[in-house]
Design a protein around this ligand. Sequence first.
Ligand code: GLY
Ligand code: MN
Ligand code: MN
Length: 461
Amino acid sequence: MFSKETYQQRRARLIKDMGTGILLFPGNNEAAMNYTANTYHFRQDSHFLYFFGLDQAGLAAIIDADANEAIIFGDELTMEDIVWTGPQPTIAARAADAGVEKTLPFKELASFLKNALDKKRPIHFTPPYRYDNMVMLGELLGIPVGQLKEKASVDLIKAIVAQRSHKSEAEVREMEMAVNISGAMHVAVMKATAAGKKEAELAGIAQGIASGMGNGIAYGIILTVNGQTLHNHSYGNTLKSGQLLLGDHGAETMMHYAGDITRTCPVDKRFTQQQKDIYNIVLDAEVSSIGSLEPGLTYMEVHLAAARTIAEGLKSLGLMKGDMADAVAQGAHALFFPHGLGHMIGLDVHDMEDLGENYVGYSDTVKRSDQFGTAYLRLARALEPGFVLTVEPGIYFIPELMDKWRSEGKFNDFINYEKLNAWRSFGGIRIEDNVLITTTGHRILGKPIPKTVEEVEALRG
Ligand code: GLY
Ligand code: MN
Ligand code: MN
């Protein structure tokens, strides 16, 4: 945990920003995997972690903005619990670590909220994403489960985004740690890559390092020879000479800050010329995007500049043609780069995505595009010091998408479909780093992770 003053200051800022009302934070519970006592790895809710720091199932908290008070609701272990789990600090002792003086048994939450509802006091909550908490909120607040998301408090969402978007120095130190563990995962995987190995074997190496050095993985490992499938979570393939291996994986620290790193390496010890050509375009887009980052610039501009770099690179290889500014404006580049350049990262790998991407990544002046590809950009608004974001351009050859667009005669002026035949089994390349926006520019978090063709090949031996 951070110091108790940290949590007190965060709650005080939230009270100031909200002004009035009851702010309700249901913590996460253990989640059954196949029967109640066999649970998934426990992950506390990130807002609960941010404002209360308590990494334990079965808690809820409220902040009463009018009374300037926080209460943590939770039950002490019974002797029977202790027999199975061992002794644990009391709820009051844990709450004191977060600077909270008042604790109550969990069942008191119902009467507390009923009392507030009777007095017609506003109760603010964020959009629930776990079904048990949906059922609980539905029952306690008298809201049909299907309406909970739309009844979530926009004021609370905005106040949380305003605060969590700017990482403190202590948070940045945690995030550097997350990146360093993630870097160790990538180096180990790239060193172990070889024809004949299974993707699962390499995913196991990554997972082992994440668990051994941190609190496990921050999101499902992507480690695949089918990098053209963006979020590919199966590991059944055996690596073959001539293929590329795309690894997108990162660790969580013990305090739950995430790293989100992607590297792509050849299964052989060297890239082929064709692989190098594409790799260097992606690298150029990544490095130049990072180089441009500074406060005030919108991430939409950075995304579109990366799309332009990718399109120009593909044109130089004869895969695209015509005016690349027009091609990007019309969305033709999205055949090869069909996702956004990046997203906020922090306690969540896609930070605060539970609150709604538009609240996190867009603003009154920067609105979401509805164009295929650019529509998937999760962060577009103007950058501010303290933001930590990912930069993750990629180039993918997706046979199904190429065939569809070709059959529709889509963007015939910009895409050389004939030439694409030689690239159908290429796969995909993505390169991703995590970057802090500083007052004057930016800083890539963590120790450098091999990234250029030369550095990756040196690692491959
Ligand atoms: N790891 C998922 C992503 O890069 O957003
Ligand atoms: Mn990633
Ligand atoms: Mn990412």
